[in-house]
Design a protein around this ligand. Structure first.
Ligand SMILES: Cc1ncc(COP(=O)(O)O)c(C=O)c1O
Length: 420
């Protein structure tokens, strides 16, 4: 008897082929090593391990204890050179990680200060329609034009708001933000104003791990009290997160995660995070054999090259990139939602994005965000990144047909590595 085709496996095969045959420029995505995927689909998934290593509520966690402790140790080895931090590797994703800090440290009515979502902040740092507004007040700091065509954090605005609103928690860390930034001074000002600091390095943690971006893990008053991060962007691990805190806050953070808000940890996710950490530490390798620092340097090169290509092709750059992503302004007559769809139809996967002080809506904003962490994992070279930036510009400015663009995208996608 013929078995019916299982739609789940059929769809998975289609998704894999689509990912292989297209060019992914989503700045928050990446292609982790097959070992990361293997651990995600491993027997760790079968096990409940409520609690922390050495203090679990169910039996059978002898290896889970060893594995989770190992991952904690590797996480601290990668990120904390001060010895002042601890880590919880059980948080499920980036947004819950931030929420754990709110729920641990704040009382109802307290104020959180974060970068304006529309100008590069993140949803999980609160915004006008956030559910957390039921409990906490929100104050936004902002960006300003530091040089023509270059938007950075407005430090005057930041200091003024600190003094004016006396927030209990300040969040430093951004989402659609192409600029590099330093943590120490902003953290110190926040501490001087009596605030706690949460650094959210969800996007840049791979660059931080590789020593290519400033780190919020510092000793004393210049160090963030909490550091949250996702593990699936420049970090190149499984979808997930880690939450670090200065040692004195760790017991309370651990208690909020379990039993305060969550049940059993996702051991498969923790093991897969450990694999990504081993690759960062050069104790295991990504299939192309390139070490993580060289990979991260290549990400910066391809990001610059893609931006250059887009500019050469006639698109306006919002603020020159200093990290893994660039923000491009489309001509006023080009609708970004339509353009995102056109790009998808020629095999370029990307997202439309608001740009600083955008006059258009979040649904149909003025800009596009392009990140190169994922394609660099597939071996994209700077020359190819420039070509890709030019292709995008040509399509936006109607200098190249969709058919011709599709041909070039297919050829480029075929030339790249695919490890699954
Ligand atoms: C700065 C920042 N924080 C948190 C998150 C949320 O991560 P998650 O999607 O895992 O909840 C993101 C995701 O893009 C982010 O950019």
């Amino acid at each position: 008897m013929l078995m019916p085709i299982n739609p789940l496996f059929e769809l998975t095969a289609k998704e894999a082929a689509k990912q292989r045959d297209t060019l992914n420029l989503i700045a928050s995505e990446n292609y982790p090593s097959p070992k990361v995927l293997e651990l995600l689909g491993s027997v760790w998934m079968n096990k409940y391990a409520e609690g922390l290593p050495g203090k679990r509520y169910y039996a059978g966690n002898i290896y889970a204890d060893e594995m989770e402790t190992f991952v904690q140790t590797k996480a601290l080895e990668v990120f904390d050179k001060t010895g002042e931090y601890g880590v919880n590797v059980q948080v499920l994703s980036g947004s819950p990680a931030n929420a754990m800090v709110f729920l641990t440290m704040l009382e109802a009515g307290d104020t959180i200060m974060s970068l304006n979502l529309a100008n590069g902040g993140h949803l999980s740092h609160m915004h006008a329609t956030s559910n957390f507004l039921k409990f906490f007040k929100l104050v936004n700091y902002d960006v300003s034009e530091t040089r023509p065509g270059t938007f950075d954090i407005d430090m005057d605005d930041y200091q003024t708001k600190l003094k004016e609103h006396r927030p209990k928690l300040v969040i430093i860390g951004f989402s659609a933000f192409p600029r590099a930034y330093e943590f120490a001074q902003m953290t110190k000002w926040a501490h001087d104003a009596g605030a706690l600091v949460l650094a959210d390095i969800a996007h840049i943690n791979g660059l931080v791990a590789a020593g290519l971006h400033d780190t919020p893990f510092k000793a004393g008053a210049e160090g963030a009290d909490f550091v949250s991060m996702t593990t699936h962007k420049t970090f190149r691990g499984p979808r997930g997160a880690m939450l670090f805190a200065k040692q004195d806050h760790m017991p309370a953070i651990n208690k909020t995660i379990f039993p305060g808000t969550s049940g059993g940890p996702h051991l498969h996710q923790i093991a897969a995070t450990g694999q990504a950490l081993l690759e960062i530490l050069d104790e295991d390798t990504y299939p192309d054999g390139r070490n993580f620092t060289d990979y991260s340097k290549a990400v910066l090169e391809t990001s610059h090259a893609l931006e250059q290509g887009a500019a050469d092709g006639g698109l306006e750059i919002v603020s020159p990139t200093q990290n893994h992503l660039c923000l491009v302004k489309l001509p006023d007559a080009v609708d970004s939602l339509e353009f995102q769809r056109r790009l998808e139809s020629v095999g370029i996967i990307s997202n439309r994005n608001m740009i600083p002080f955008d006059k258009k809506s979040a649904w149909r904003p003025s800009g596009m965000r392009f990140g190169t962490a994922a394609l660099t994992s597939r071996g994209l070279t700077p020359a190819q990144a420039t070509e890709l930036g030019q292709l995008i510009a040509s399509l936006a400015l109607d200098k190249l047909s969709e058919d011709d663009t599709l041909d070039q995208v297919r050829t480029m996608a075929k030339s790249l590595n695919w490890y699954y």
